[in-house]
Write a protein that binds this ligand. Structure first.
Ligand code: NIG
Ligand code: FE
Length: 415
């Protein structure tokens, strides 16, 4: 089946030769084409070109769609989410407004432990249905690929249940999904005094079954004071490496413990959060192909510091931006807002933000060959915007929904 989109004001993030990732000052460049058409065959991008070269008498298309002077962007590649959970935590939001910190809420058994208690009691079927609705919301907001983590189970049954839900979501044939096992998200209440035992359960009980049933593409650890140490992190990453499962870790959100270097030394594909950075962290990232994944809506929502992205870019580090969608620190799937915060708070240029939310997000999930740009042969996942003067307006006009139509696998998503 062939579809043609005509009257496109500008196609954003075109790649003639596909890249693996973009780093440092190269992030300032994107390729675009003005006054264009785009051709789709089945689920793939077939060609694009200038409208002046398009022959309107051509009748081979099943579908002709008029972009009405909107722009085309590749869909967002959201490489860090915790999309499967059973309840939102707006009561903790109220507690924070009344003065408690995120860490204080965790210390008294709230936070991730609160989510785990509830998820343990929720059936696989219910979690699946809830997750489908959230994915639907994400697609309408322009997301065409996402990573989803476990980590609200915190015991054998519930972690496996979460990963099975994610597997079902993957097989559902809508957007591309990658799954990450985050058993080491918090220390369960019953192991507070015996963290080593819980780590043994992760390594000796959960991981072998997860590997056998291919339930996870990646392994994650929340490397943080009062959660998991650098030694714990290395132990868990090494155990997963034996099954060929690569790491994507939560590091440096509140404290610098050495988790960045340890993750990179152990082959991590991405290190995520990075609100706090040491000289050693910069050096490790500069000399690696590990993606620095920054989560500005988490900083916004918790009122914590924003990552020093400008400094990272100066040091030739590749940056991805992701939503961190979760009920505690970032209850939003809105990658347009993530993009605006990239410009407003991280001081990134529009081009840097576009690279960070598309091709670099794809790299952080290991799907850059098929997603992350408008490139012949890649998946036809993109959105058409409402008309706007230039692409920076998309980031400038925060809070406004400028997405008109979303295409997933070559088909219009009906909202
Ligand atoms: O990435 N920091 C650890 N994990 C999540 C928050 C999880 C939660 O609060 O439920 C994050 O921000
Ligand atoms: Fe997270």
């Amino acid at each position: 089946m062939k579809t043609i989109i005509i009257n496109i004001a500008e196609i954003i993030q075109i790649e003639d030769t596909p890249k693996e990732l973009v780093r440092g000052t190269d992030m300032r460049k994107i390729n675009t084409l003005k006054d264009a058409y785009l051709e789709i065959e089945n689920d793939l991008i077939k060609s694009y070109g200038k409208m002046t070269d398009f022959n309107t008498s051509n009748k081979m298309y099943e579908n002709i769609i008029d972009a009405n002077n909107g722009m085309i962007f590749p869909t967002f590649c959201d490489s860090h989410t915790h999309l499967v959970f059973s309840h939102y935590r707006e009561e903790e939001f109220v507690d924070r407004i009344n003065g408690l910190s995120y860490e204080e809420i965790h210390q008294r058994g709230g936070g991730i432990l609160n989510s785990a208690k509830k998820l343990q009691k929720t059936s696989e079927e219910t979690l699946y249905k809830q997750a489908l609705k959230k994915i639907d919301k994400a697609i309408n907001l322009g997301t065409g690929a996402m990573e989803i983590k476990s980590g609200y189970g915190l015991n054998f049954e519930a972690e496996i249940k979460m990963l099975r839900v994610i597997k079902k979501l993957k097989d559902n044939n809508s957007i591309k999904i990658k799954s990450t096992f985050l058993g080491a998200h918090a220390i369960p209440q019953e192991y507070k005094k015996n963290k080593a035992k819980y780590i043994d359960i992760i390594i000796e009980e959960m991981l072998p079954l997860i590997a056998k049933e291919k339930l996870a593409d990646y392994i994650d650890v929340f490397c943080e004071k009062n959660y998991f140490s650098v030694n714990d992190t290395v132990k868990i990453i090494k155990a997963a490496t034996k099954y060929n499962i690569q790491a994507k870790t939560h590091v440096n959100q509140f404290n610098i413990l050495g988790g960045v270097k340890a993750s990179i030394d152990n082959g991590a594909r991405s290190v995520d959060h990075l609100e706090n950075m040491s000289e050693e962290d910069y050096i490790s990232l500069t000399n690696s192909k590990c993606m620095a994944t920054i989560l500005p809506t988490c900083s916004f929502f918790l009122g914590i510091k924003y990552s020093p992205v400008k400094e990272m870019i100066k040091k030739n580090i590749p940056i991805a931006l992701a939503s961190d969608f979760n009920p505690g620190s970032s209850p939003s799937l809105n990658m347009s807002f993530v993009s605006s915060l990239g410009c407003i708070k991280l001081k990134m240029s529009s081009e840097e933000v576009i690279n960070a939310t598309t091709i670099n997000g794809a790299y952080a999930m290991g799907i850059e060959k098929e997603y992350g740009s408008i490139c012949v042969g890649k998946k036809a996942n993109f959105f058409i915007t409402k008309p706007m003067k230039n692409y920076s307006y998309f980031h400038y006009s925060f809070g406004e929904n400028l997405i008109d139509k979303v295409f997933i696998n070559g088909k219009i998503k009906s909202s």
